[in-house]
Design a protein around this ligand. Structure first.
Ligand code: GUN
Length: 297
């Protein structure tokens, strides 16, 4: 069997297009422009690339983009003051503090200082609790993107066996909550799971979010299963050049799976598309307007 390739790049472009249409309507019918603020502390090169892409796609969707670039030695007090200012700014509907933060800053404290309704990352403890208890929440962007791809593929996830490999707060745990909310039977596996290949082979839906290049090979995959690869790992390729690979060994897994996301071009592009969707959702909620259909969890 050769798997169908799930084209996350094309799907993300469609999501961004829908967001842009909603934004245009918000502007013309209500005179409202959704705004996203991104806070970057320090000069981590990967973070700079992410932040630049976020700003570019925010503007392309017709939203207002606010960037706060602060020096690496910024004090916690000064960073909290910036977040507080954005919390109080009615033009800002979404706030994202780029992680990782420099070591001297307490990430939990900073994230939990963001107004929960503006927390478009869905990392605030209040949003984590709301997601876990089935209340209206802001949902982390990468798991939301995976959910959109899965719903598009299956229609309903009800009764499917889902195995999430990885238990991070950013991907693994919220992914499991979202699958559970869609009535899948969910297992969270991790580095201490016994006989991981056997556990993974029970999955109709296998989500790999471990951060280990090409760890999930074809013998972890049930024939016909849908494999979602969240990993983005830069490894040495041929001729000393680097290349991006996922947590899934694409070649062996795609010979067994029914459908699979590639890296790059799978889950990756969905993350920023969902960030824009979350900012739009937050703006609609702030103004008491109906939420955009198909763009929320
Ligand atoms: N750094 C890497 N990914 C993310 C993300 O999704 N959100 C934030 N805030 N920082 C990140």
């Amino acid at each position: 069997m050769t798997a169908t390739i799930i084209d996350g790049k094309a799907f993300a472009a469609r999501v961004r297009g829908e967001v842009a249409e909603h934004v245009a309507r918000l502007k013309s019918e209500h005179g409202i422009t959704p705004g996203l603020a991104v806070v970057l502390v320090g000069e981590d090169p990967a973070s700079q690339v992410y932040v630049r892409n976020k700003g570019k796609q925010t503007v392309e969707a017709g939203m207002a983009s606010f960037e706060r670039k602060l020096p690496a030695e910024t004090s916690e007090r000064d960073l909290l003051a910036v977040v507080e200012e954005l919390n109080n700014d009615p033009a800002v509907h979404g706030i994202l503090v780029q992680l990782p933060l420099p070591k001297h800053l307490n990430e939990d404290l900073v994230i939990n200082s963001i107004a929960p309704e503006k927390d478009v990352d869905g990392f605030h403890i209040s949003n984590v609790g709301r997601l876990a208890t089935g209340q209206k929440a802001m949902v982390p962007c990468t798991p939301l993107g995976c959910l959109m791809l899965l719903r598009d593929h299956f229609g309903s996830l009800s009764g499917k066996n889902a195995v999430v490999v990885g238990r991070s707060n950013i991907v693994g745990k919220p992914m499991a909550q979202l699958l559970l909310r869609d009535s899948a039977t969910v297992t969270i596996a991790h580095s201490r799971t016994q006989d991981l290949p056997e556990v993974c082979r029970r999955a109709d839906i296998l989500v790999a979010a471990v951060g280990r290049p090409e760890m999930i090979t074809g013998d972890y995959v049930k024939p016909g299963a849908v494999v979602i690869d969240v990993g983005i790992n830069r490894v040495e390729g041929e001729g000393g050049k680097t290349k991006l690979v996922g947590d899934v060994d694409f070649e062996s897994a795609s010979a067994v799976a029914g459908a699979i996301t590639p890296v790059p071009g799978g889950v990756g592009p969905m993350t920023i598309a969902c960030l824009l969707a979350n900012t739009l959702t937050s703006c609609c909620r702030a103004h008491g307007l109906p939420e955009p259909e198909g763009l929320t969890a």
